[in-house]
Design a protein around this ligand. Sequence first.
Ligand code: FMN
Length: 235
Amino acid sequence: MSETEQQQEWTPIHGAPYRSVPYRPQRMPEAESLAHAAELRTRMDERRTVRQFATDPVPAQVVRDAIACAATAPSGAHQQPWTFVLVQDPEIRRRIREAAEHEEQISYDGRLGEEWLAALRPLGTDEVKPHLTDAPALIVVFQQRYWLGEDGTKHKHYYVDESVGIAVGMLLSALHLSGLAALIHTPSPMRFLSQVLGRPENEKAFAVIPVGYPAADCEVPDLVRKSLDQVLVEV
Ligand SMILES: Cc1cc2nc3c(=O)[nH]c(=O)nc-3n(C[C@H](O)[C@H](O)[C@H](O)COP(=O)(O)O)c2cc1C
């Protein structure tokens, strides 16, 4: 833990009065801003979802730093309703794979329905999930649906899906920009993740994110992204 982390311990602010601190970031010159934006756009366009991983280890601190980036995400009422479980233990990864493949087998055998299976066909995915044991690290993301006060009272969290979705987007970006490959995997249903990882009742699994380096013979689906014109409306 760094010195800054030790100094600034987070406490819930539920019901606390408004307080403010100055915020005066230095304004970036326009030319620099344009250069950063163009470079970032290129770098982000290079990100691909990887499903074939090398078994080589990754520097755990890079993954921890990416999780720290994700935890800077904005969240509804600043409730930060997320938990990231970093799994490197091979036995736990094996158990997660076994349980995920069990659910995925049922899904691909018919639970998904023809419409969903048709949407997945261009991705070439099936019920076999070697990435869960090949990738040296898994980040299992949980949403905290509510928090418990000291007296055991349940307090609602607001905009949990949106907040955790944004945090995961930032996590995937941070991993990519730090040189690691990832896959956001959402086996359905995901209840087994709470059981395998012993998570408390207020947490619901959101996704499993294998992290590592692409295998030497890695291939990805031949996909084309929508152009800016197709996604941007300027008024
Ligand atoms: C919410 C969400 C759930 C996803 N779930 C899965 C999944 O369970 N298995 C999988 O192989 N890919 C999954 N993906 C990855 C998408 O298939 C992938 O992002 C998409 O095909 C675009 O490819 P790209 O990320 O390489 O641009 C998921 C992506 C998102 C955003």
